[in-house]
Design a protein around this ligand. Structure first.
Ligand code: FE2
Ligand code: FE2
Length: 172
């Protein structure tokens, strides 16, 4: 049986993953309308990936014999009018996600819930790549400031991203 404290933390994280999905969708919509179809594509795929994180978390909680708490998903606010503004926010957002995942890992260890520790460590490790990617694109965008052809070059690269379910399932 999963502890109440851990169930709350996992439910909050499930909610946060849906918020991440929501945030990336909002970014995608804004930047699509600014003419950056490649950035829009990358962010849309990112939103799909975040949704699988949420549903995977849902499955884990239910498998442990518990029911997650379904709280309201926070609304999205922000200025997503340029790729640079977006990636500044993406990096900050992913750094915050890493913090909350680390806190869950610590709590799981504290409660000697090793199954949850193992489960959440997949996400913790995934964050290394998430932060690295966001940091790489942010650096490139900073270097490309004012150089529209360099930004469009990156847009073309990001247009190639396709979605694959990280858990290999059909739930997407
Ligand atoms: Fe996520
Ligand atoms: Fe993420």
């Amino acid at each position: 049986m999963i502890s109440k404290k851990l169930l709350k933390a996992l439910s909050d994280q499930l909610n946060a993953e849906f918020y991440s999905s929501y945030l990336y969708l909002a970014m995608s919509a804004s930047i699509d309308n600014e003419g950056f179809k490649g950035f829009a594509n990358w962010l849309y795929v990112q939103a799909q990936e975040e949704r699988t994180h949420a549903t995977h978390m849902y499955e884990y909680i239910v498998d442990r014999g518990a029911v997650p708490e379904f709280k309201a998903i926070e609304g999205v606010k922000g200025d997503f009018s340029t790729p640079l503004k977006i990636f500044e926010r993406v990096l900050k957002h992913e750094e915050n996600v890493t913090k909350s995942l680390n806190a869950i890992a610590s709590l799981a260890l504290e409660e000697k819930d090793h199954a949850t520790y193992e489960f959440i460590m997949w996400y913790v490790n995934e964050q290394v790549e998430e932060e690295d990617t966001a940091d790489e694109y942010l650096t490139r965008l900073k270097l490309s400031e004012g150089n529209i052809s360099a930004i469009y070059n990156l847009d073309t690269i990001l247009a190639a991203r396709t979605f694959t379910d990280p858990f290999g399932g059909a739930a997407a």
